[in-house]
Design a protein around this ligand. Structure first.
Ligand code: ADP
Ligand code: MG
Length: 393
């Protein structure tokens, strides 16, 4: 198999970064970037971001529209100049506000894959892949050297025989491979992706994700991938950085983010949650639907959260730590699970049972059972919404 190998050193490498940066593909430290609006006010697009990304990782920047994902990615690429902080790529400092270092995008050892791949429609696959080589700085390679590199790159992504095709003659998966070959033909070991799959329909997107992941694992490049789609992030990422208003709320594996969200914002953005206002009492929090037992203490007033798939429904009062009474008001079969809408006073809860469940019907009086480990509590911040879509920026 053709390998896209990376030169261990290159004469164009400008500033060796500190020793601990060399083990990382990307190190972002205390990065900030403000934009000035027309009315003179400023927006903190990136607000003190810190990320240490290891070589070969697939890191996803996740957050709602406007949270700063693209700005952070473009800063790594060198297409945006941050206000302060530093960025190192492959052990080389490419930006340092204090030291006045700002390496041009063409001198950073990375490539970017844009939305919808941005292939040139009037060029064949091979011409598209050759494009970065023809426009490279430094001494130009010979025609045969370039052709060799193009063939190698196309072969590496499994489409060595499609070099003569135009983009509109290729499937979505093949176009993705051309875009990847073009990103890797320069020996880049870091590839940045800005929502490349966002304009693709859902079914095809799934296939493309699986393929992208397989190629990333096989070819071994480091991926930094932006998306607002939490399912996409969960599937692709070795680690997810959840962004909110330019700040990294949590950086962890999909498991960690899902099971132990650091903030209420993260808990609500990843997966689904039921939400109850709580007041601290002995043994847990008193909520409008009863006592929710938890050893955690998030202060006097807190938001109590649990996931729809973690609760159990039963006709008899269960022996679980918490048992909340309610009535089934709707049953929805969703394919992979059945959703029971449960009402208790003014409170509505969604409970999921895997597969098709006919155990309970509309109108049934039931109990919602919760184990202590299924309960998350976060301090209430009056007047501050943690729900991304309420974010009035
Ligand atoms: P995302 O990619 O997560 O949707 P962006 O990085 O594009 O977010 O934007 C982050 C914030 O910075 C938003 O509030 C956006 O309006 C603002 N912003 C981005 N680019 C510019 C720009 N060129 N000029 C002014 N404001 C900008
Ligand atoms: Mg964006």
């Amino acid at each position: 198999m053709t390998q896209l190998t990376h030169p261990t050193s290159s004469p164009s490498r400008p500033h060796p970064a500190g020793p601990d940066a060399t083990q990382h593909a990307i190190v972002i430290r205390q990065l900030t970037k403000h934009f000035r609006r027309r009315d003179g006010s400023t927006v903190p697009a990136i607000d003190g971001a810190d990320l240490h990304i290891e070589s070969g990782e697939f890191v996803v920047l996740l957050g709602p529209s406007g949270c700063g994902k693209t700005t952070l990615l473009r800063s790594v690429a060198g297409l945006e100049t941050p206000d302060s902080g530093s960025i190192a790529v492959g052990g080389v400092t490419v930006f340092d506000g204090e030291a006045g270092i700002d390496v041009g995008p063409e001198r950073r050892e990375l490539s970017m894959v844009f939305q919808s791949y941005a292939l040139w429609p009037h060029m064949t696959a091979a011409q598209n892949v050759r494009y970065p080589l023809e426009n490279q700085r430094g001494p130009r390679q010979s025609r045969s050297q370039m052709n060799e590199r193009v063939t190698e790159a196309l072969t590496a992504v499994g489409i060595g025989d499609l070099g003569g095709q135009y983009p509109n003659q290729l499937s979505g998966g093949q176009q993705q491979r051309v875009a990847l070959a073009r990103a890797l033909v320069n020996n880049s070991t870091v590839v940045l992706f800005d929502e490349p799959l966002s304009n693709v329909d859902a079914k095809v997107r799934e296939t493309l994700r699986v393929e992208l992941l397989a190629m990333q694992r096989r070819l071994g490049f480091t991926a930094l991938f932006v998306t607002h789609d939490q399912a996409e992030a969960m599937e692709l990422a070795t680690r997810i950085a959840v962004l909110d208003r330019g700040q990294v709320q949590q950086f962890g594996t999909p498991d960690e983010i899902y099971a132990r969200p650091a903030t209420e914002y993260v808990a609500k953005f990843i997966g689904n949650t039921n939400e109850l206002p709580g007041t601290r009492v002995a043994g847990g929090y008193e909520t409008p639907v009863g006592l929710v037992r938890t050893p955690e203490d998030a202060g006097e007033q807190a938001t109590v959260l649990f996931r729809p798939e973690h609760a159990r429904l039963s006709t008899e009062q269960p022996a679980t730590a918490s048992a909340l009474p309610g009535r089934v008001v709707a049953v929805l079969f969703m394919g992979t699970h059945t959703e029971f809408l449960v009402r208790s006073g003014e409170t509505r809860m969604r409970i999921w049972v895997s597969g098709r469940s006919t155990d309970f019907a509309e109108g049934d009086e039931i109990w919602v059972g919760l184990q202590e480990q299924d309960v998350m509590v976060f301090a209430s911040h009056p007047g501050q919404s943690a729900r991304p879509e309420d974010d009035a920026r």
